[in-house]
Design a protein around this ligand. Sequence first.
Ligand code: FES
Length: 104
Amino acid sequence: MAFVALEKLHQLYDGYRQVFRIGRQEWILLQEQGRTYCIANQCPHLQAPLAQASIANNVLRCPAHGIEFDLRSGMPVNPLSCRHALSYLPLIYDGNQIGLDLNG
Ligand code: FES
């Protein structure tokens, strides 16, 4: 396992949001309603950055064209006809830290 720590657990809170660069890709570590996610900082529609997206009730709204995604599934909820889904990296825990397994 190649654990890469992103944050200490006690630093997380609902509304937390931080952008990380891993290789050539940017990812957003965020917490919403007690769940922590690592999503690509790139909308699956036309690749707009999602770092400034609004989030309410587990729904992330892309600031570029307003497509809304359910954070829990990554699937679009508005419009439902959208065929794109958010990209995630699986998060793992090591002691008091949350991060990624780059070999995973
Ligand atoms: S780029 Fe996000 S909705 Fe179009």
